[in-house]
Design a protein around this ligand. Structure first.
Ligand code: ATP
Length: 331
């Protein structure tokens, strides 16, 4: 596996700038997750690294070598897209074997069998190995697509929302498996997702893209606890961070326009009055919807709380984040 570097990469489509001077180092063995809303440039970043598309300016290095002008095959990258892409006339086993069967690799059949069986087990498709690819459900086809990438040993895996078409249980299983595979094999991954749990649990680093610019790059914890802006703060956290006028609470710094409070950073039992408008019991936690000085906010509380809608409770902020008028963090 290899370190991948993007240096001042810009990509335009007509007058639209999809990637704007993006520089990023994806360390060898890291699991980098790109976050951002639709159109932020996540897929475009993957396509630049893969060689499916080329930047207008800037350079990309894989394992210390510039890959300018190299095809995806020459770059030795493995890609998994949101939409499965299998050879329909081949069986599941043949699809999984395909990347290993290249005459150049000369992989012995015994090694191929071992790898295919191991990956099929991880992806829970061993019982379907002899089925035609077309005789599978969408989720099974997607698992075969992931398997086809995983049997290889590329410089980097590029994955674009690979788990989004799977049901919740399978997604949770494969999240753990993918992370295990990465931790064990030291694979380098560049991964796009909209799923915050995937981002928080799998990533070693998170890159936050905003309209084609990389606005923050750091560990999930850094991005969660020390976001550079309101925009970055709202990329992570479920329920979302509460963003309120700074003056609602005492002690805001001079230039602060808004205060960001993660739901768990609203302390109950002291401070000022808030009205409980709704109580949501989710099993492992309970969410309280509050109205505070005519603003709505959400906090979390003990799962066995006896709070009810209509009650008044006292709240005060803990670990507040302050942002200026432009939404940039100042404290
Ligand atoms: N081939 C193309 N031609 C024209 N515009 C494009 C092309 N590919 C991407 N774009 C534009 O570039 C911008 C970034 O697109 P990109 O697909 O990278 O976003 P994304 O962050 O991956 O979004 P999503 O979450 O919807 O996949 C968008 O505004 C998109 O419309």
């Amino acid at each position: 596996m290899a370190e991948v570097i993007l240096r001042n990469v810009t990509k335009t489509f007509g007058t639209h700038t999809a990637l704007d001077d993006v520089s990023m180092t994806i360390p060898d063995g890291s699991f980098v997750v790109l976050l951002g809303p639709t159109g932020a440039g996540k897929t475009t970043t993957l396509r630049m690294v893969s060689g499916l598309d080329t930047p207008n300016s800037g350079e990309i290095f894989i394992g210390g070598m510039s890959v300018q002008g190299l095809t995806p095959a020459q770059r030795n990258v493995a890609m998994v897209f949101q939409q499965y892409s299998l050879y329909p006339h081949l069986s599941v086993r043949q699809n999984l074997e395909f990347p290993l069967k290249s005459p150049l690799l000369k992989t012995p059949q015994k090694t191929i069998d071992e790898k295919v069986n191991a990956i099929a087990e991880v992806l829970q498709i061993s019982h379907k190995l002899d089925n035609k690819a077309t005789a599978l459900s969408g989720g099974e086809m997607q698992r075969v697509s992931i398997g086809r990438a995983l049997v290889r040993n590329p410089q980097i895996y590029l994955m674009d929302e690979p788990l989004s078409s799977l049901d919740a249980k399978l997604r949770a299983d494969l999240r753990v498996e993918l992370k295990n595979i990465q931790a064990k094999s030291g694979a380098t991954l560049l991964y796009v997702t909209h799923d915050q749990i995937e981002a928080m649990t799998m990533a070693t680093h998170i890159g936050v893209l905003e309209e084609g610019r990389l606005v923050q790059f750091g560990s999930p914890r850094e991005v969660y606890e020390a976001p550079v802006s309101v925009y970055a703060a709202t990329r992570l956290g479920q329920p979302r961070i509460n963003v309120l006028p700074a003056k609602l609470f005492a002690g805001a710094p001079d230039k602060a326009q808004s205060i960001g409070l993660r739901p768990e950073n609203i302390v109950q039992g002291a401070g000022e009055d808030a009205l409980v408008t709704r109580v949501e019991h989710l099993g492992d936690q309970t969410r309280l919807h509050l109205t505070f000085k005519q603003h709505n906010l959400v906090t979390v509380t003990d799962p066995h709380t006896g709070f009810r809608g209509g009650e008044t409770i006292k709240i005060q902020p803990d670990k507040p984040l302050f942002f200026d008028a432009a939404g940039m963090r100042i404290a």
